[in-house]
Design a protein around this ligand. Structure first.
Ligand SMILES: Nc1ncnc2c1ncn2[C@@H]1O[C@H](COP(=O)(O)OP(=O)(O)OP(=O)(O)O)[C@@H](O)[C@H]1O
Ligand SMILES: [Mg+2]
Length: 277
């Protein structure tokens, strides 16, 4: 993985930040949720941001998405200072960065049928005037990428789907939009382990086939090790450690990283009988 990562380091920067900070509230009520973080995400890189609840992961992702103002610091998109100062510039930026959220139910307009959701994505990519058959072909292709059947979905509303189907529909949107960057705030409670593995597989496939940069937010350092090129460890709003997945997890330097690793249950130890008797 590290030799692979050296190659990644030479690729162009997709998203980077210097001193990025978010303070909620003022005076003695001020809460520094994200505290001067620096990061460099490259094209096609699979990055995980790992930290406990409340460490600032979602706050950082909202700033990356331009949904929350940055209190201090600078974010560069494709090597240039990001400009999202107007509505139209924000819309342009969102062609390049998209997200899948923890709660898929919050991500769809419940009054829009699934066809409308997918047609919107085609329109965003400039396909508003494509012939109807071509639009249906694109929607069918996107649904089959995530193992959904387009014919069974037409005329349905998002709330008529299960949690797992909804997650897959979100990935079908990403497949149509093909953003440069996909940010996934890990769904922790919505789906079972099997659907979670399928979704991760789809994210890796998007990275490989479309060359997307994936920023994956999780509590699970073991999972981060298996899927990432690089890992950033977040504690109380700061990155306490960052590097290749191998360096951070096999050779951790920070006490906090060591603690996260020690907290991973080691199932195999229960079966180690070599010390018995
Ligand atoms: N809109 C807000 N207003 C005020 N404080 C907020 C707001 N959003 C988050 N915070 C605070 O910022 C800190 C970081 O929260 P954040 O949601 O980023 O954590 P997280 O790492 O995503 O946690 P989790 O793993 O539980 O999702 C917390 O102390 C939280 O209370
Ligand atoms: Mg969160």
């Amino acid at each position: 993985m590290s030799s692979e990562n050296k190659k990644l380091d030479t690729r162009p920067l997709c998203l980077s930040g210097k001193g990025v900070t978010k303070v909620f509230g003022t005076g003695n009520k001020a809460n520094v949720a994200v505290d001067h973080v620096d990061f460099e995400f490259h094209e096609g890189e699979f990055v995980s941001i790992v930290g406990e609840s409340g460490s600032g992961k979602t706050t950082l992702s909202k700033m990356l998405l331009g949904l929350l103002n940055v209190t201090e610091g600078q974010i560069d998109f494709q090597g240039k200072p990001r400009d999202i100062s107007s509505r139209s510039k924000k819309n342009e930026y969102w062609k390049g960065i998209q997200a899948i959220f923890q709660d898929p139910f919050s991500s769809f307009n419940v009054f829009h049928k699934i066809d409308a959701v997918l047609l919107d994505c085609i329109a965003m990519r400039g396909g508003r005037n494509l012939p109807k058959e071509e639009k249906i072909r694109l929607m069918t292709e996107a649904c089959s990428f995530v193992n959904l059947k387009y014919a069974e979905l037409t005329n349905k509303y998002p709330f008529e789907l299960s949690g797992g189907q909804m997650q897959r529909l979100m990935i079908a949107r990403i497949f149509l939009l093909k953003p440069k960057i996909l940010l996934a705030d890990e769904p922790t409670s919505m789906i079972d382990a099997c659907s979670r593995a399928t979704i991760l597989d789809m994210l890796l496939q998007l990275r490989d086939e479309v060359g997307m940069t994936v920023i994956f937010i999780t509590h699970d350092i073991g999972l981060a090790y298996y899927i990432s090129d690089s890992v950033y460890i977040m504690e109380h709003g700061k990155f306490v450690e960052r590097g290749t997945a191998d360096d951070v997890i096999l050779r951790p330097q920070a006490e906090y990283t060591k603690r996260l690793i020690n907290d991973v249950p080691k199932i195999y130890e229960a079966w180690d009988l070599s010390t018995v008797g």
